[in-house]
Write a new protein. Sequence first.
Length: 189
Amino acid sequence: MQSFWDRISFYSTISEESSAAWNQIIRKQVYKKGELFLSEGQLPKMVAFVSKGLFSQYYCTAEGDTIIKKFFPENHFVASTGALLKKSSSMFTIRALETSTVFEYNFYSFKELTEKYSDLASLYTKYLEQHWVIEKEPLEISFRHDSAKTRYINFLNTYPMLESRLKQHEIASYLGVTPTQLSRIRAEI
């Protein structure tokens, strides 16, 4: 649980009272490799912090291709955030790629806490700014304008410990290339 609170302190300092209130809604959960945190079409309710393990967020095209949108390794929060905010069905599936230990909580219960505790509201705002603006915009631009080789190099810089934990087709899916194309890119580097 210490890794959770250490990560929270990265965004903001929160009071003992706020921590205690939040701690009351958090539970430890283990997802086995291949187990779903969330299914496409499901109405999400939970957010999880990855203490140990790895998840992927993906969707399937009409042609049956799997497109990985994001990886969630240790010290990342897992959620279908857009669906949570809109209270709508998720457009993504989130699956454990490894047996994973998380600390999860009900998003709507947390939102209630942000109305009661201003320091939690500030933390929530800082989290959204960091991950939904500062990190997301350059990534979106990269996927539209950068070459596959550049996207692969960016992936290695962003997730330096993941390449050995992922299968080639998972990395290729994330990069928007075929496994064969990824092999060629790796050979060039």
